[in-house]
Write a protein that binds this ligand. Structure first.
Ligand code: NAD
Length: 244
């Protein structure tokens, strides 16, 4: 029986690259995304489901469905995420709540649905996509920094508890990656240049934006080595080592 994986936010960027890498390794992948799930699944030749990670019941249904249909649940990649970038004095509570709902509650919903199944199985691996902004502050991205720090904390605490049950937990902490994420970083904010600026700064400090397929390969390597925090590329590892 092939190992199974669910990848949220699997239609684009890092999630899509993770799905491609997992499929290459023979894993039975289900991508779950609020957009383009069916068309991406068709392209990649895997299962796909339209999913809004802010909907706890829908996340639960999907996770239970994969376990029931395939008989096992090996990997859950809680990867779906959004960015709102802008000056903190210009953010509305709606901006904050949306960030918390997708980037934090989305991960909580995944953990809440999958972890008990994995404990019962005695195996499983939950990989949460945080960010370098989960380790060090990202100015002009306060809600993003807040939610990603929370994801890192959740991951490290759960990892300790989960080890006793044979379940592994890691967080991915990428620097700037070449995906559409930052292109729609500031819906409704007057500071419309900030997303573009972040991308330009990212490319400058890292020399180039890191490609998502390189992230995916680093993630698989980091999982094989049992890393708690999978930090990439080298710029991000250096930045993290300077502050920890
Ligand atoms: P992306 O925009 O290419 O992909 C994000 C995917 O998540 C999209 O397919 C989107 O439709 C999906 N999504 C958004 N809201 C959703 C919801 N409510 N339910 C389900 N799916 C939803 O961006 P990406 O860069 O690949 O981002 C993936 C993850 O990587 C995010 O958690 C992001 O915070 C993190 N990250 C990205 C970077 C970067 O520089 N791109 C750096 C560090 C961390």
């Amino acid at each position: 029986m092939a190992k199974t994986a669910i990848v949220t936010g699997g239609s684009s960027g890092i999630g899509r690259a993770l799905a491609v890498e997992l499929l290459r390794l023979g894993v039975d992948v289900t991508i779950a995304d609020i957009a383009d799930a069916d068309s991406t699944a068709r392209e990649l030749g895997c299962a796909g489901a339209r999913l809004d990670v802010t909907d706890a019941a829908a996340v639960e249904d999907l996770v239970r469905g994969v376990k029931a249909d395939r008989g096992r649940l090996d990997f859950l990649f809680n990867n779906a995420g959004i960015v709102v970038a802008g000056r903190t004095d210009e953010l509305t509570l709606d901006h904050w709540n949306r960030m918390i709902d997708v980037n934090l509650r989305g991960v909580v919903h995944g953990v809440h649905a999958a972890y008990p199944i994995m404990v019962e199985q005695g195996y499983g691996y939950i990989v949460n996509t945080a960010s370098l902004a989960g380790l060090i502050p990202a100015p002009l991205m306060l809600p993003y920094t807040t939610t990603k720090h929370a994801v890192v904390g959740l991951t490290l605490a759960l990892r300790v508890e989960a080890a006793a049950h044979g379940v592994k937990v890691s967080a991915i902490c990428p620097g700037f990656v070449d995906t559409p994420l930052l292109d729609h970083a500031n819906p409704g904010l007057p500071q419309t240049e900030i997303g573009r600026l972040a991308k330009t700064i990212g490319a400058r400090v890292q020399k180039r934006l890191y490609p998502p397929d390189a992230v995916a390969r680093d993630v698989i390597r980091g999982m094989e080595r049992g890393r708690a925090l999978i930090v990439m590329p080298s710029f991000a590892r250096r930045a993290w080592s300077l502050v920890r």
